[in-house]
Structures are given as structure tokens and as C-alpha cells.
Ligand binder design. Structure first.
Ligand code: ADP
Ligand code: MG
Length: 296
């Protein structure tokens, strides 16, 4: 074991609890250099707990995918630390772990779910999941049996031999969930998992993800701009310009639908202030206030 990157827990920093599975401090990612430099994530502190479903929302380009890739050790941060507490109680700092250890960490800690499912169409549903079981260290019949069990778990036991292209989007995403479970991960990371699903299928998938937190005690981290996922989340954070904010402290700009803080432009009308992301949205609202009913 590499003593530079692995140590037995505790010590944990002040305020951390045994159920904290990920602790992020000062996390940042800058792409490019010089004039083309983009600060995608700009200094994030975040703790993720076992058994919770954390939803991180934000507009396109706000750094959601970048944050998730760093969390899953698929992308090296420019600054900051990501400490993961593993099932054996040891802690690993992903940001300082040597590159050659990362595949093994991923294989035993994280399960990934992507917007476009990322299944291999040359393989059946069962073979897609079995391949992930192989990577997690199970081979032959053991892998096939586990794949079958996982497909049953997501309600697709009867579709095990189907090719992804013969399945609906909702079914394909369920196969992707089964694949993400192949290594029995502590943490599920999902990037816009419902983006290609209709309302009913999106809700089904949201419930399935919820059950991974409730029934298995996994931490489930979803980044998405899909409002429907808020129903199943324990916590909703808002990412904007690479920085995180508590959504509970924010209100929705009635014109553009963005979450905004109660500090910017506002209009006093109907017994209270309405908050906006910009003067342009405030002006649009002033011109046609009846178009914008107040939202919860
Ligand atoms: P989101 O997932 O919220 O849409 P991203 O994390 O994909 O946001 O992107 C955040 C910012 O970083 C954007 O400005 C995007 O253009 C930029 N970005 C993302 N990936 C790269 C990359 N590989 N190279 C350069 N810039 C990138
Ligand atoms: Mg994205």
C-alpha cells in the first residue's frame, strides 16, 4: 500500500462524520492556458455522505461534468483535494494518488452513469453488465450470474439477451445502472442521466437511483439541469460559474428560470420582491408581469 496516498482514518477534518464518504476541499479545474484559459470549477468545498442522493444543478457550461469527472478520478484537478473513505475504513486522497493506482480506485469505488448510456451495441444487455463485472474482478459464470442478478434488480431480467439498440432509452439507462453496480460501488456518479428520457421514464429512473441510496446505502451524486430530479434528492446544490451554492437559499428568476441569490436586480410587486439574474430579465418582467405567476 502506498503510505503517501493512503492512511487509516481518522483523522478526519473538523465537522466530518463517519458517514462522510467524500470530502472535497478547494477543488478547481482550469482548462487551457493564457488567453484561452477557462476556469470550469473555481474552488469547491463539498462533503458527500453514504446513503444520500445529492443533486447538483446548474446551467449548461457551469462545470457540472468537470466536477463529476474529477470526483470519479477520471480528470485531474488543477487544485484542491478529494478524499474518499473506502469500505475498509481507509482514506485515499484522489488528487495525490499516483496515476497507476487510479484504475483500481475507480474499479472499487465508483459506478458511472452517462447521459447517452454508453453501452456497447455489439453485446447483449447481460454481456454489457458482465463485462463490467470482469473489470471488477469477476470472471466466467460468476460474472454472468451477477450480471443477471443486477438486471433483475433494475427490472430487466427478461431483457438480458437484448441488444441495446433494440431497447427503449429507459431500458438502456437501466442497463447502464446495472452496469454501474457491477463493482458494488460506494458512490454512484450520474451525468444528466434523465436527459434523453420522457417524463414517465425519467421519473422511473429517478426512483431507481433513489433506491440505490435507500436500499444499498450508496452515495448517489447526480449532476443535471433536470428539475424532475429534485423530487428524489436529499440535497440540491446549485453550480454556477464553477461555484456551489445552496439552492434553498436561492429563488427562481421567473423569466429565465435560473436560480438566483436575493442580491441582484429585483422588482417590488404583489407584496414582495421578485429577484432576477440580470437587468434584462427584470425589464422583461416589468413589461409583462402577468406572464409570470409566482413559483414556490
Ligand atoms: P456542464 O457539464 O455544466 O455543461 P462542463 O463541465 O462541461 O459544464 O464545462 C464547464 C466549462 O469548461 C465550459 O466553459 C466548457 O466550455 C469548458 N470545458 C469543458 N471541457 C473542456 C475541455 N476539455 N477543454 C476546454 N474547455 C472545456
Ligand atoms: Mg455536462
Amino acid at each position: 500500500m502506498n503510505s503517501a496516498s493512503t492512511r487509516t482514518s481518522p483523522p478526519a477534518s473538523a465537522g466530518e462524520r463517519p458517514s462522510d464518504v467524500i470530502a472535497i476541499r478547494g477543488l478547481a479545474k482550469t482548462y487551457g492556458t493564457g488567453a484561452t484559459q477557462v476556469g470550469a470549477v473555481n474552488g469547491i468545498d463539498l462533503t458527500v455522505r453514504s446513503g444520500e442522493l445529492l443533486l447538483i444543478m446548474g446551467p449548461s457550461g457551469s462545470g457540472k461534468t468537470t466536477l463529476l469527472l474529477m470526483l470519479g478520478a477520471l480528470l485531474r484537478p488543477t487544485a484542491g483535494t478529494i478524499r474518499v473513505r473506502r469500505s475498509d475504513g481507509t482514506e485515499l486522497d484522489l488528487t495525490h494518488a499516483p496515476e497507476k493506482r487510479l484504475p483500481q480506485v475507480r474499479a472499487h469505488t465508483f459506478g458511472f452513469i452517462f447521459q447517452d448510456y454508453a453501452l456497447l451495441d455489439a453485446l447483449s444487455a447481460e454481456e454489457n453488465v458482465a463485462m463490467a463485472c470482469n473489470i471488477a474482478g469477476r470472471t466466467g459464470r460468476g460474472a454472468r450470474e451477477r450480471a443477471r442478478t443486477l438486471l433483475e434488480r433494475v427490472g430487466l431480467g427478461h431483457r438480458a439477451s437484448a441488444r441495446p439498440s433494440r431497447m427503449s432509452g429507459g431500458e438502456q439507462q437501466r442497463v447502464a445502472v446495472a452496469r454501474a453496480l457491477a463493482n458494488d460501488p460506494l458512490v454512484i456518479l450520474a451525468d444528466e442521466p434523465t436527459a434523453n428520457l420522457d417524463a414517465a421514464r425519467g421519473r422511473d429512473l429517478a426512483r431507481l437511483l433513489r433506491s440505490l441510496a435507500d436500499e444499498d446505502g450508496r452515495a448517489v451524486v447526480i449532476v443535471s439541469h433536470d428539475d424532475r430530479l429534485r423530487e428524489v434528492a436529499d440535497r440540491v446544490l446549485w453550480l454556477e460559474d464553477g461555484l456551489l451554492k445552496e439552492l434553498a437559499a436561492m429563488v427562481i428568476d421567473p423569466v429565465c428560470g435560473m436560480a438566483v441569490e436575493r442580491t441582484g436586480p429585483h422588482v417590488d410587486l404583489d407584496g414582495g420582491p421578485w429577484w432576477f439574474c440580470s437587468e434584462a430579465c427584470a425589464a422583461e418582467f416589468r413589461a409583462h408581469p402577468s406572464r409570470y405567476p409566482r413559483r414556490g
